[in-house]
Design a binder for this molecule. Structure first.
Ligand code: GTQ
Length: 355
């Protein structure tokens, strides 16, 4: 039988794949820019998410020497951003750490400036190594110290620089693959290398970080507070561990939010810092968002669908969406994470499973 109907499946049967070159009918469809849904239905509308990314970890100790080599090859100004992109092995060449997120390690050397630009992609920085570098966002400069979380909201001018006496490295997290999928990317170069500053350092913390808005200040889609220091974050976590219950699937957790709305600091990327007590292992957990973890203190053993990764400070792990994982702390451990959960939640797609 070679009629099209013979390929129709009842939904309960496993659909078979059809060699599209096998009959005149299928070849004819291609030439008319048509395609038979019954061949691709189960892929288009899967029973559950099957991200292309795999769970994978980068050891900071392995990447750091490569970054220093890059520092000899090219200046921050020449490179515009001197970054080694963390590419998920199953998405090689695509500049993605998970299916929807980009991550890279950026190096800045003493005296350098990574020139000012802006883009519609939202960015976060998680400071990893060295003191004395800064990011300027919207006319205000903020110093970066290890563990600090800094945002560069969409379409805000930003440049980075360093007065340090050694190399400074931070992790960049951007929604590049997502914006690329939506073809919503715009970028502009600033006419000056470093933007002029019209706010003093600490102004956004003093106002928005103190919960102080002017009566006519509007709620904004991104946080007007753009640096969340590790010092304060760590102190807040410490308090919580003393007084509150722990989520057995997540550990103690504080989320970086936009103080004007209570929503995530960036509209497309959510971020949090978690603490696990010594010897504690989280119960098996998965959610649809793809997550990037960075160990900050202690030692973690993370099992993702049976693959085990050991993380010490500054190591980075990609956990794709819907991958069941458990996190065990060998000593009291603190880790940062960011994910595309806000997008899932805004589109009513987010699910989690707690076992
Ligand atoms: O610092 O502005 O890793 O625009 C990739 C793109 C960093 C940045 C990246 C960027 C930046």
């Amino acid at each position: 039988m070679s009629t099209a109907n013979s390929f129709a499946q009842s939904p309960r049967e496993t659909p078979h794949t059809v060699d599209s070159t096998s009959s005149e009918y299928y070849q004819g469809l291609v030439s008319q820019n048509l395609a038979p849904l019954w061949v691709s239905l189960s892929r288009l509308v899967p029973e559950e998410p099957k991200p292309k990314a795999q769970a994978f970890a980068w050891s900071f100790a392995d990447v750091f020497p490569r970054l220093l080599e890059a520092g000899e090859l090219i200046s921050a100004e020449q490179a515009e951003r001197r970054v080694l992109v963390l590419e998920n092995p199953t998405l090689a060449g695509q500049s993605r750490i998970t299916d929807t997120l980009y991550a890279g390690l950026q190096l800045i050397l003493p005296g350098e400036v990574a020139p000012a630009h802006r883009h519609t992609q939202s960015a976060l920085r998680f400071a990893m190594h060295g003191h004395g570098a800064y990011t300027a966002v919207n006319g205000e400069r903020v110093a970066m110290a290890p563990g600090d979380f800094i945002i560069t909201p969409a379409w805000t001018w930003h440049d980075h620089g360093s007065h340090a006496d050694g190399p400074v490295v931070w992790l960049d997290g951007l929604d590049v693959p997502l914006v690329s999928f939506l073809h919503a990317g715009f970028r502009q170069q600033h006419e000056e290398t470093a933007q002029s500053l019209h706010r003093s350092e600490g102004e956004s913390l003093l106002r928005y970080g103190s919960g102080l808005l002017r009566p006519d200040d509007e709620k904004t889609a991104t946080s007007p507070l753009f640096k969340y220091s590790y010092e304060r974050t760590r102190a807040a976590l410490e308090l919580i561990t003393r007084r509150e219950d722990m989520d057995l699937h997540r550990g103690y957790e504080v989320c970086y939010v936009n103080p004007t709305t209570g929503d995530t600091a960036l509209p497309t990327i959510g971020a949090s810092m978690r603490l696990l007590p010594k010897g504690f292992g989280t119960r098996p957990y998965r959610s649809t968002d793809g997550t990037v973890l960075v160990c900050v203190e202690g030692k973690l053993r993370v099992s993702v669908e049976g693959n085990v990764f050991t993380l010490t400070p500054q190591d980075v792990l990609a956990v794709p969406g819907w991958h069941l994982h458990q996190i065990e702390a060998e000593s009291e451990s603190v880790f940062f994470s960011f994910s595309d959960a806000p997008v899932h939640k805004k589109l009513a797609l987010w699910r989690e499973e707690r076992q």
